[in-house]
Design a binder for this molecule. Sequence first.
Ligand SMILES: CC(C)(COP(=O)(O)OP(=O)(O)OC[C@H]1O[C@@H](n2cnc3c(N)ncnc32)[C@H](O)[C@@H]1OP(=O)(O)O)[C@@H](O)C(=O)NCCC(=O)NCCS
Length: 331
Amino acid sequence: MSAPLTVSTGAEYSRLMSVASFRGSRVVDNAEMCTHIDSSDEWIQQRTGIIERRWATEEETPAYMCVQAASKAIERAGLEPEDIDAIMISTVSNFRQYPSLACEVASILGIPSPAAYDIRAACAGFCYGLAQADGFIRTGSAKHVLIIGMEWLSRQLNMQDRGTAFLFGDGAGAAVVGPSETPAIGPVVWGSDPAQHDAIWTNDWFDALKTGEKPVVHMNGRAVYLWSTTFIPEKAVEAVAKAGITPDQLDVFIPHQANNRITDSILRRLHLPDNVVVSRDIKHMGNVSAASIPLAMDALLESGEAKSGDNALIIGFGAGLVFAGQVVVLP
Ligand SMILES: CC(C)(COP(=O)(O)OP(=O)(O)OC[C@H]1O[C@@H](n2cnc3c(N)ncnc32)[C@H](O)[C@@H]1OP(=O)(O)O)[C@@H](O)C(=O)NCCC(=O)NCCS
């Protein structure tokens, strides 16, 4: 018989220790958007809730945005860069294939030798990362994990497409996850609908080289809307049940900021009491894919609408189509 292997074991539980964010500094309101597409402020607000979105300037590169958010998150966690054992960055808008953005950002932050890689799970990416971090900490693969959601989606827009151009924004949100003495990250509910892999997509870079046209986002808005308002509300209910609580024991709801009408349909299914704080960060930020949830979480904590220790349901969903959600205790 072969010699038995040693396996690692970690903390009993994990928790969010901190969250921080960076918003692209250029404010683009609906009036400016309507100089590019045939639309109106009223139509955009009524269909999505977006009043304005934030876009990165040329200097606010993917690495820059990540570093701004992450350095603050590490400081807020009371840690030093050398305390980080693993860094993962969720993004679908870093145009360089390799090295990973995680390695570049780790180098700038001065994290000496973390496990480092990028995740490509679109708008569910932050919740995918959190599920992985929770697993690493509880199995002893890492003690402190840095997760960043970063997007520069304004670089992927077709400014002539009235079905997508007005939706997206740029920014980064970062969180540090570490060991906990009490349960603070509920079981993840995640998965995908591969049959709808072409509901949101960009052109292939290799094809782009042949045609000379940069890859831009394409979306079957109606299909995504239908899936998000029928399938996702059921998954939100499941995430709450898996955490062993009832919806009335939630304090905060932070859905991916895709569209206020999608948020409303999840709310109707959850039957949340009126006192539950619901994020509407999309109003001033647009849809920032993997960065949406940490950006929205940081905003609620900064404004005092949510507080440390609150139970929050987070759920992300988007291109793939993919989804992931869990109940967390806010840092
Ligand atoms: C994108 C979205 C807002 C478009 O709304 P919609 O109601 O589906 O829009 P449709 O394409 O069906 O068009 C409906 C009408 O609005 C018009 N329209 C479309 N885009 C418009 C725009 N930007 N401004 C004004 N009118 C517009 C259409 O011409 C159509 O007019 P008609 O009824 O006279 O023919 C909606 O599909 C959506 O929110 N989808 C989910 C997208 C999403 O969240 N994706 C990210 C997930 S991570």
